[in-house]
Design a protein around this ligand. Sequence first.
Ligand code: XMP
Length: 519
Amino acid sequence: MDKICILDMGSQYTHLIARRIRELGVYSEILPNNISIDELKRHRPIGIILSGGPSSVYEEDSPQLTKDFFKLTKIDKIPVLGICYGLHLIIHHLGGKIKPFTKKEYGKTELEIIKPGKLLESLNNRETVWMSHGDQVENMPEGFEIIARTATCPIAAYANEDLKLFGVQFHPEVVHTQSGTKILKNFIENIVHAKKEWNLENWIENSIENIKKEVGPKNRVILGLSGGVDSSVVAILLQKAIGNRLHSIFVNNGVLRKNEEIQVVRTFEQDLNFENFHYVNAEDLFLERLENIDDPEEKRRIIGHTFIEVFENKTIELEKVYPDIKYLAQGTIYPDRVETSATSNASVKIKSHHNLTLPDDMMLKIIEPLKELYKDEVRKIGLQLGLPENIVFRHPFPGPGLAVRIIGPIEKKKLDILRDADEILIEEIRKAKIYDNVWQAFCVFLPLKTVGIMGDYRTYEYICAIRVVESLDAMTANFAKLDWELLEKISTRIINEVKGINRVVYDISHKPPSTIEYE
Ligand code: XMP
């Protein structure tokens, strides 16, 4: 299959570039910027994109291209598109000059197209683009032509059609660049001439065939099913491939949302007819171990370890009856596995809770059917496989669940209060038809008591914080500017209907500097 390779120079948008290319029907992969030429060749890229990045080309330790990079692209005629820092790198390596700027240009700018060529074909003369840079190209080696400029950036895009080297100072991958997708499409269609072979129907068929082949006619597979979209899609793929030789284990860890366990059991056992679906209620064990624990990392550790213990015990029990259990399936997706320089911290944190590592002596082989996919691709596949929309489009929910949404020690009483408040919030957000437009909406229990008045009585109860954020990938997030009337309805309902809460506050913090979750 034709593949575009993206060399990661540290941009927060690197995954976004890969997603956009795939949305255009061409398979793309992210590779580290220090990859050797031999390794890069093994990937057989039909086109290469150099991502942006926070560095300056003259800085010590800034990402550079390997010595023979341009030899490879010249001999094999592989087109290259440099974005932002990537555009600087091409010029820097081929003998041009980059002018360092300490002041950053950030935000929307008007681009004037001077000579569209193949890259900027069929764009307007003037286009809005998204800039985020300090340095600029000052002069270029022979053979390079300026194809667009802005008021402050005279070389905002260039082309060297002979060598098939192109560069844009702005970010075509972000939605704020009006014709960004068209530019990437031009690169793929007019310059790379890539075949559009990346489509999800083929993917499903191939994946089922591959699972069948890998697992063989007799072996059984065990899966930790959380009810989230990733593990649910893995479950359905496996069910289609090996039927009842899939054993799914769903653990109630005591920190789930209201009625979550009932919904998951109903969906898989009744609606989707899963035969070997095992529900393990370990609520008491988890809550006992979490008693009096207020440190967030300690909560995470306890939940993670207890989960592995419960899962392992159930697996051992099943292995006695089914000695053919030989595989452990996981819902790892592409961004979990491929850490770009910019996402590494965040994904390490998320990953440590998603991917359970069972002891080596269990000798289970790992199978990860979604390891090449992005979340939106997993969702599309989920829909095609008949997974209900309420699972496919469900907001992300942290592995340690409500434990990180109750500040301080966890108690059953606080969990119940939080579950009731959260249910009301989600109900109202759905009624207002904004559930699918926001990244996450949830309540947080603040263990602070304040005074209130209900009828003739003075109350002294807890505070509930509401957090609703918009985001593309959880790396950055904005609080959602919800309607006052909607917030009023939510607050009134929570205070009237949830015993234990007499005050509701709305969180108006962006990420960064605040995180999405509270702990
Ligand atoms: P933060 O709070 O770091 O969250 O802004 C970013 C995204 O990650 C989710 N999150 C977690 N997911 N285990 C998880 O599986 C965790 O410990 C965890 N902490 C945060 C969070 O819900 C958000 O979508």
